[in-house]
Design a protein around this ligand. Structure first.
Ligand SMILES: Cc1cc2nc3c(=O)[nH]c(=O)nc-3n(C[C@H](O)[C@H](O)[C@H](O)COP(=O)(O)OP(=O)(O)OC[C@H]3O[C@@H](n4cnc5c(N)ncnc54)[C@H](O)[C@@H]3O)c2cc1C
Length: 347
């Protein structure tokens, strides 16, 4: 390692994130993989033709996508998570259950509510031992989240509990002339109006742009995030923005919610698909705090609409009456997002 000193006018820290690797006995086996960067992805891809079975640990977006991928390739696949449901951090149970049924229908074995306690490398396979069961497969892949790559900075900066550098709306850290952004930094989460760690490309690209715009002088403030996100599993879209009812409960935030179901376009069309929507709002202000959709139709852009509604503090009553287009190829005379908002407003 070469040490040198370099003076700077402005410093930008974008050291990103690293996969969380829990201190579980046996985790250093060559049969236990990570899934973060291009090298990890290449390793998993090169390895895929050689294996017949895989255990994916962590049923968030990345683990769920990986399990879908292995099952689509015809591998015996097991998906394990310590939480009670798949995608539990982004969706409420009704939508997780739809995903879980799809996994089961495609032969994926689920080990929800199970915490991995150790790994045993058997030479030609790996045994994953949880607090409830034991599973054996050719490989295991850890997808249990990310932590900021900030070890070398965190003693000198204001940080979140996990080490993410706290930044203000102009991307300044707690030190003068030092900026941060992306997976190394916190984001302002609008539904709870505080700083959180949400390592997404969506936040990263916008914060990166803002460092550029603000590096000479404070010019454009960050407007925060709703943590909008989506995934496609077995031909079904799951898209969400803002709080889930479960997340609100964990945060002790009082919310009201509804689930609305309808076909996305009229039944007289040659085909249509069911859409399920969850809407979450503040019962006092009636402002929308979260929403999620799932359908075999591509409903992902409706999560972006809900994101804007949360951002602009739109109420359920306003969303119910927004001028949405109608054309039978695309939707019903009352668009499914309006229809959900009408149901919320009437509740
Ligand atoms: C499998 C996967 C799928 C994803 N899919 C989505 C998605 O669909 N949508 C979405 O919004 N987000 C997604 N994300 C998240 C998204 O990829 C990240 O939020 C984004 O890439 C973060 O960018 P970054 O530049 O902050 O960090 P990183 O990509 O982690 O890059 C940081 C860089 O800094 C370097 N570095 C670290 N420390 C040092 C040091 N001391 N010296 C020099 N260099 C250093 C690292 O080597 C790395 O190259 C996904 C992430 C993963 C892993």
């Amino acid at each position: 390692m070469k040490k040198f000193e370099q003076k700077y006018d402005k410093l930008v820290i974008t050291t990103g994130s690293a996969p969380i690797v829990p201190n579980i006995p046996g985790i250093d086996s060559d049969r236990v993989f990570l899934c973060k960067n291009w090298a990890n992805a290449k390793e998993l891809k090169d390895n895929a033709p050689k294996i017949k079975s895989a255990i994916v640990i962590g049923a968030g977006y990345i683990g769920a996508e990986l399990a879908e991928g292995y099952s689509t390739l015809g591998k015996e696949t097991i998906l394990i998570d310590a939480l009670p449901n798949v995608l539990a951090k982004n969706f409420d149970e009704n939508m997780s259950k739809i995903a879980e049924q799809d996994f089961k229908d495609h032969g994926v074995k689920l080990g929800m509510n199970e915490k991995v306690v150790s790994f045993e490398d058997n030479g030609d396979s790996v045994k994953v031992i949880t607090d409830k069961n034991e599973y054996t497969a050719d490989i295991a892949v850890m997808c249990v989240g990310f932590k900021p790559n900030t070890d070398m900075f965190k003693d000198n900066f204001e940080i979140l509990d996990n080490g993410a550098l706290i930044i203000d709306k102009y991307m300044h850290t707690s030190k003068t002339d030092v900026f941060s952004a992306e997976d190394a930094a916190s984001v302002h989460y609008n539904p709870t109006n505080n700083n959180q760690y949400i390592p997404l490309a969506t936040n990263s690209v916008r914060q990166g742009i803002l460092v550029g715009k603000n590096i000479a002088k404070d010019t454009v403030p960050y407007i925060g995030t709703q943590s909008s996100s989506a995934v496609e599993l077995f031909g079904r879209t799951y898209a969400a923005s803002g709080l889930t009812a479960v997340h609100a409960n964990i945060l002790n935030k009082k919310v009201d919610s509804i689930t609305y179901e309808d076909n996305y376009r009229p039944e007289f069309m040659l085909t249509t698909e069911k859409v399920t929507i969850n809407l979450i709002w503040d019962p006092e202000t009636r402002e929308i705090l979260g929403g999620a959709l799932t359908s075999k139709y591509d409903v992902s852009q409706s999560a972006n609409l809900i994101s804007l509604a949360i951002q602009k503090k739109v109420t359920i009553d306003e969303l119910a009456m927004v001028d949405f287009l109608f054309q039978p190829n695309f939707d019903k005379p009352i668009n499914y997002v309006s229809a959900a908002a009408i149901a919320a407003s009437e509740k």
